[in-house]
Design a protein around this ligand. Sequence first.
Ligand code: OGA
Ligand code: MN
Length: 212
Amino acid sequence: MDFDAPFPSMQGPLLQRIVDDLADKGWSQQDAFLPDALIARLATECRARDAAGKLAAAAIGRGEGQAVREGIRGDRIQWIEPGQSEACDLYLGALDALRQLINRSLYLGLEDFEGHFALYPPGAFYQKHLDRFRDDDRRTLSAVFYLNADWREEQGGALRMYLPDEQTLDLAPIGGRLVLFLSGEFPHEVLPASHERLSLTGWFRRRGDSSF
Ligand code: OGA
Ligand code: MN
């Protein structure tokens, strides 16, 4: 694969698995996607942003239809932007490299990425949903990257994916794990955990109709 990997962990076999998984089944899970040292820096930054009061209760919906409903989702989030920190920039760079590679192999036409830190306090959850908004179908590929060092399955907090044929699959939010799935195709939910649960969650987007 002709690809200039920004991190040694993002090498041929892992990237090939991502591309093959997305082509075959529309989702992929890869562990150890980025180095532990970067995961630790991102986790520290997420906690520091929360301690500084920068993470806010997440809303559902878009634009004027936005509302905070703790019965639906109980996480706190803050969007990441380029230039806020070196660790976030490294993350955004890694995801942009992945975006270009996926575009070359799968022709999804992914144009950009939007993402946020998410912190679920113990007991918080996010009920079953789809990541695509009814009035905006630009979100094409969801990307969740977990920041929880030493997470144990019995702590809960799984991402429950609803697959075809009424199958479900629970993926633990283990630090270094990247989960990708087609945003419009897989309903999913976040189960409550006994411990604080950190992630960087985002979406690769296609160009919207309005810009054609
Ligand atoms: C979301 C979401 C999944 C997770 O933020 O839309 O579904 O595992 N997150 O955190
Ligand atoms: Mn979601």
